[in-house]
Design a protein around this ligand. Structure first.
Ligand code: SAM
Ligand code: SF4
Length: 457
């Protein structure tokens, strides 16, 4: 009998991808996705505990769905980082919760669901899997209607930055074999996927612990050869392990997109040391300068934390200085959020909430201008856009992304989805670009319209 599953996802791309994997797994057990919680037989909240705010959302979400348990007997579960962290305590705290499933237990989901369906027993599964079986491929059983897909290449983290919960809730670094990754990418290419994003908390650590000798840049080289895949991206890279070989890959591998997300967290050496990041402001800037030499068109984004314990005004000034020097295309900025079990919770010199908020606003104001200016630099240029689907802004428009990962909206029909098309950028906005497609008859490389702006620059 067919059943319905509704999944609410919080947090990062890793969680979004886990949700996709869960949906594929459940499809084989006759659970189909619904976007309407009210008709679901199974409601799963896939959680994030990297910061306090997403963690709190779990409890309000559970409160929202309590009546569906009472009225329809829906099975209610919590997955992801909060599940991993809280385990049985969640079952104690929320009497109508049926399932707690940790980050390594995803493959067990169908059998746990069966157990609940037949016995009504509540279950909690939060063990770590040292064999890495939880990373195994879960292939989509039917063609996807999408043009891009995530592919997990490794999980966990060995870095233990003093502010971060990830190593505790995702476990130690574990890489998937290159054979399995290549197989999955080939399969996705056969299904029409054009762009893949390789996922890991620290992709530069790829290969550690595998029997084969392979580095992340070698993996990229192999994926670059797979027919049908037009674009490769990855996230996230740690600046400490950002190698020369990886920098060179940006000029060597034609499918590797000119965009990198390289979190710096702080511009102050004192704070970077307290965070255990393993690099200095100068060494970070050196790598960025070198990357810009090797690949002048590279788009840069990063994560930064303000208000880490001990951050004084002069430390914050160093962060602003780094920001001004690099000129990021976009920035993900966070107020430091103390996480139970991490080292930084015990640090003295906490920064007042009001000061954190002021620093966050100052930083975001500066970045807003830079982002807009960077987007404006593209006005008049022709860019290759991979069309992803209908634009959110208008039914007459489609939307896609440049190789530098900027969203472009332009007039066009859905037949363009999945195609790489040249688009002239006509207007820049803070979060997107507006453009017009270069008509087919103008696309020959010797026509002025195509050459003028230098596509792909
Ligand atoms: N592995 C990536 C790296 O090392 O750059 C980051 C992964 S983490 C899930 C994503 C981002 O969340 C971090 O880069 C950091 O800026 C932010 N973050 C992590 N812990 C945080 C905390 N306790 N408070 C505020 N932001 C935090
Ligand atoms: Fe967290 Fe640091 Fe690992 Fe990134 S590298 S996941 S910030 S511990």
């Amino acid at each position: 009998m067919e059943r319905r599953v509704y999944i609410e996802t919080y947090g990062c791309q890793m969680n979004e991808h886990d949700t996709e994997r869960i949906l594929r797994l459940l499809e084989a057990s006759h659970y189909l996705e619904t976007k309407d919680a009210q008709e679901a037989d199974f409601i799963l909240i896939n959680t994030c505990s990297v910061r306090e705010k997403p963690e709190h959302k779990v409890y309000s979400a559970l409160g929202r769905y309590k009546w569906l348990k009472e009225k329809r007997g829906a099975i209610i579960g919590v997955a992801g980082c909060v599940a991993q962290q809280e385990g049985d305590k969640l079952l104690d705290r929320v009497p109508y919760l049926d399932m707690v499933i940790g980050t390594h237990a995803i493959p067990m989901l169908p059998q746990l669901l069966k157990k609940i369906e037949f016995s009504g027993q509540r279950v909690c599964e939060t063990g770590f899997d040292p064999e890495g079986n939880y990373l195994k491929t879960i292939l989509p059983p039917k063609p996807l209607d999408k043009v891009k897909s995530y592919v997990t290449i490794m999980q966990g983290c060995d870095h233990f930055c003093s502010f971060c919960i990830v190593p505790y809730v995702r476990g130690r670094e574990q890489s998937r074999s290159s054979r399995e990754i290549i197989e999955e990418v080939r399969h996705l290419a056969e299904m029409g996927i054009k762009e893949i994003c390789l996922l890991g908390q620290n992709v530069n650590g790829y290969g550690k612990g595998l029997e084969e000798e392979i580095s992340f840049s070698e993996l990229l080289e192999r994926i670059n050869q797979i027919e049908g895949i037009e674009r490769i991206r990855f996230t996230t890279s740690h600046p400490k392990d950002f190698s020369e070989k990886l920098i060179q890959a940006f000029s060597k591998l034609p499918k590797l997109c000119e965009h990198i997300h390289l979190p710096f967290q702080s511009g102050s050496d004192k704070i970077l040391k307290a965070m255990h990041r393993g690099y200095t402001k100068e060494s970070y800037l050196k790598k960025i300068d070198h990357l810009k030499e090797v690949c002048p068109s590279i788009a840069l984004t990063a994560d930064v934390i303000v208000g880490f314990p001990g951050e004084e005004e002069k430390d914050f000034e160093e962060t602003l200085d780094l920001l001004r020097k690099v000129q990021y295309d976009d920035l993900f900025s966070f107020k430091y959020s103390p996480r139970k079990g991490t080292q930084a919770v015990q640090f003295m010199d906490k920064v007042e909430e009001k000061v954190k908020q002021e620093r966050l606003s100052t930083l975001q104001e500066i970045q807003k201008e830079v982002t807009l200016r960077k987007n404006q630099e593209l006005e008049g240029r022709v860019k290759e856009v991979l069309v992803e689907g209908r634009s959110r802004q208008s039914a007459q428009d489609v939307a896609g992304r440049t190789r530098s990962n900027k969203i472009v909206n332009f007039e066009g029909n859905l037949e363009l989805v999945g195609q790489l098309v040249p688009v002239r950028i006509t207007k820049a906005y803070p979060h997107s670009l507006r453009g017009e497609i270069i008509p087919t008859h103008c696309r020959l490389e010797n026509t002025p319209a195509y050459q003028q702006a230098g596509i792909g620059e």
